[in-house]
Design a binder for this molecule. Structure first.
Ligand code: 3HC
Length: 700
């Protein structure tokens, strides 16, 4: 087998090139190839310095994650780094694309680093539930200072070449061709007799400021990375660089790395990484599928959703036309968009010039004729089938041939909407999550007649605007809201059984959810959820307890945060939910009316009662072919509903608990509550009986 690493001498410089598509992950063959090539350069008298570079789209993007959890293969990455660092000739890393994790650590093991201006470097391991395990936590603080190292390692966000240069993570920015510039740089180092700059030998700061920074990061992590196992270990590892000599620090890093690796969170986070990537692939759709070009976008509706959706496209430089019924509504909507951009500018996320440039791309109109040139039209008005049908009738008349007609519905039948047009193949659901300019999830809803090129275009577009696109079939609520319905239904029932909104929210928050269901309803609008239920009363369970409190609160005008009262109360201008004795009294009296006896409901029951029906519903979603795979369901919940990524999503979590246990609990609840909500899905039963998880759902 030929090595993915090639060796070439150009004058007095050995150029070592790795070529392991797609992202030059540092798999075994690459590691061996690097050792061989650098040792060869060391022994080649004609060579005075070495350049390590990568072919293809990026410098090494990290260790090969697919090798994790398998028996280790020689040589380990640390050995590769030893060979590089100990090379008696200067070794220069030539970086393009993204030098991440083990890839960046390889660059840190080199004596010098040069990068193209568009390159990014970083240590994203924490996002996989681990920490840099090949010396990153020991070398980085020596090179860039402890505080910069903490920021990179603990939060895992890569930085661009300019910032990397400023903090000392790289030494040079290439001005032209990277390889030529790297060779010239290496020649200059030789000519100047530059020392072999071993990062491991650099001194490290040991000051009270450093101690204070470490303490500050510990506090920040407890707040900002609640529930995560790895971030605290990242801090421990960087601290070891300060308190221990290099070799001992390396040993401590290894221990902490192994601890993270053995923790279930890392398994869940690695699973989520691959699930998210797999969600982008749809059987039957591939490179051969034509893509429609999107040069101009139109959005129908300038409400919160419409404005947020428009921002996504203006952000990537596409012109967007927003259609509204009146000038006042337009003005209001565009005002909100501008304020969102200005707020981003205040936080230094974009510049003031970018605010104007993006606003200049957005045009408000009240005439549908203005959408005639759009390649993609997204309807984002409120959930009303008659209104949506009316709009799609108009769009059918004015949109140009080949335009994609999308609806941002969260629950309505995309096929029924498509049927009012003469081009149902061009109609698709694009379900954005609020706030649409922030949330990463995009449910792409395939109608019965949606053509493959429309789906392929939507998938590609999702990636372009920085979203995770997940394909769903048509059903009430699609993947996400269909499962939300059963999750919050149980939370509602438990209110009547005696648990307060605050108690239920806390149990689910402690489980790791971004917020509990009642805080979420208050944020999203108690009336919004109620209106959706109203439009689906015909299919809703005929049970008096079904969203009983939610319906009452909506009818009482307790619509949530926006009016200062919902499941909770809120002080003027505050978003902090305060338990409201009035609501608690209402719940008690309604329970009495319905003949439901109140009792103590503990946290374990709260979590099980909310999550197990979701897992069961997820199994049905798979059986019905609404979701393509369990990982898609998990990707939806992690990116759209604040499910903790360190638990892998509801379907993965079910496997961790044990599907037999989930099934047993469902059967117990069935005995207690009857069939109404607790019929196990056949798929769940089969998997549980076979001792399998959803990973093997096709095998039963
Ligand atoms: N190992 C194995 N496969 C990887 C990989 C890795 N480190 N990184 C990416 N891939 C695979 C993806 O699964 C995907 O495979 P597919 O085509 O079969 O679905 C393919 O490479 C392309 O990836 P993306 O679709 O993500 O491509 P993008 O261009 O959108 O993004 C990227 C490229 C920014 C490099 C992104 O893939 C990424 O963030 N990768 C992970 C980087 C990372 O976490 N590195 C640290 C690894 S752990 C480590 O190094 C431990 C060390 O400290 C010891």
């Amino acid at each position: 087998m030929t090595s993915p690493v090639s060796y070439e001498r150009k004058g007095s410089i050995a150029v070592v090139t790795a070529d392991n598509p797609p992202v030059n992950a540092l798999g075994q063959a690459v590691r061996q190839g690097l050792v061989d090539a650098v040792e060869r350069a060391a022994g080649d008298d004609a060579v005075k310095a070495v350049v390590i570079r990568c072919a293809g789209r990026t410098f090494f993007a990290g260790a090969d994650i697919r090798e994790f959890g398998k028996p280790p293969l020689d040589p380990p990455l640390r050995r590769v780094h030893e060979v590089i660092t100990e090379c008696p000739k200067p070794v220069v890393a030539a970086i393009h694309g993204t030098a991440l994790g083990g890839g960046f650590e390889t660059a840190l093991a080199c004596h010098y680093r040069i990068a193209v201006p568009s390159a990014k470097v970083g240590t994203p391991e924490v996002n996989l539930g681990i920490l840099p395990g090949a010396g990153g936590t020991q070398r980085l603080p020596r090179l860039v200072g402890v505080e910069n190292a903490l920021e990179l390692v603990v939060f895992g966000r890569p930085v661009g070449a300019k910032q990397a240069l400023a903090m000392g993570a790289i030494d040079e920015i290439a001005k032209g061709d990277l390889e030529a510039d790297a060779i010239a740089y290496a020649e200059r180092l030789v000519a100047e007799g530059a020392p072999l700059r071993k990062v491991s030998d650099l001194p490290i700061e040991k000051t009270p400021e450093v101690e204070a920074a470490i303490a500050r990061y510990r506090e920040r992590i407890a707040r900002e990375r609640r529930g995560f196992f790895a971030p605290q270990r990242c801090i421990d590892a960087v601290e070891a660089a300060v308190t221990l000599p290099f070799e001992e620090g390396m040993a401590r890093e290894r221990e902490l790395f192994n601890e993270c690796m053995a923790n279930p969170q890392s398994r869940a986070q690695r699973y989520a990484f691959f699930a998210e990537r797999e969600a982008g692939s749809v059987p039957g759709i591939g490179k051969q599928t034509p893509i429609r070009e999107i040069r101009a976008v139109a959005v129908i509706g300038a409400g919160t959703m419409g404005g947020g959706i428009a921002m996504n496209f203006a952000d990537i430089g596409l012109p967007v036309t927003i259609v509204e019924a009146s000038d006042e509504a337009l003005e209001r909507g565009l005002g909100v968009v501008r304020r969102n951009y200005e707020s981003a500018a205040r936080k230094a996320r974009i510049t003031a010039a970018e605010v104007d440039a993006r606003m200049a791309l957005i045009t408000g109109v009240t005439d549908y004729q203005a959408v005639a040139d759009a390649d993609l039209i997204i309807e984002a008005v409120y959930e009303d089938m008659a209104l949506k049908k009316d709009i799609f009738g108009t769009l059918d008349a004015v949109a140009k041939e080949g335009a994609i007609l999308a609806t941002n519905t969260s629950t309505l039948d995309v096929d029924e909407i498509a049927a009012v047009t003469g081009r149902p193949g061009d109609v698709i659901g694009l379900h954005f999550f609020s706030p649409a300019n922030v949330m990463r999830l995009l449910e792409i809803v395939r109608g019965a007649k949606t053509t493959e090129d429309v789906i392929a275009t939507a998938m590609k577009m999702a990636k372009k605007i920085g979203k995770v696109g997940v394909l769903s079939g048509v059903c009430y609520g699609f993947i996400g809201n269909r499962m939300l319905d059963v999750y919050a239904r149980e939370a509602e029932l438990m209110l009547l059984e005696g648990a307060t909104p605050a108690r239920i929210d806390k149990a689910l928050y402690d489980f790791g959810m971004a917020m509990g269901p009642f805080a979420m309803f208050d944020l999203a609008g108690v009336d919004v959820a109620w209106k959706t239920r109203e439009s689906h009363r015909d299919r809703a369970p005929k049970d008096p307890s079904y969203y009983h409190i939610g319906d009452l609160l909506a009818e009482m005008g307790r619509h949530g945060q926006k009016v200062g009262r919902g499941y909770y109360k809120y002080e003027e201008g505050s978003r902090t939910p305060i338990p409201d004795p009035e609501v608690e009294a209402l719940i008690r009296s309604e329970a009495q009316k319905l003949g439901i006896e109140q009792r103590e409901v503990d946290d374990t029951e709260i979590v099980a009662r909310c999550l197990y029906p979701m897992i069961n519903e997820g199994a049905r979603i798979l059986e019905e072919g609404i979701a393509l795979r369990p990982g898609d369901i998990d990707t939806v919940w992690i990116n759209g509903y604040g499910f903790p990524v360190y638990r892998g999503g509801p379907m993965f979590y079910g496997g961790e608990v044990g599907l037999d246990k989930v099934l047993a609990a469902i059967e117990t609840y069935r005995e207690r509550y009857g069939e109404r909500f607790w019929t196990p899905s056949p798929l769940l039963e089969k998997l549980a009986k076979a001792g399998k998880t959803f990973a093997q759902w096709k095998d039963v």
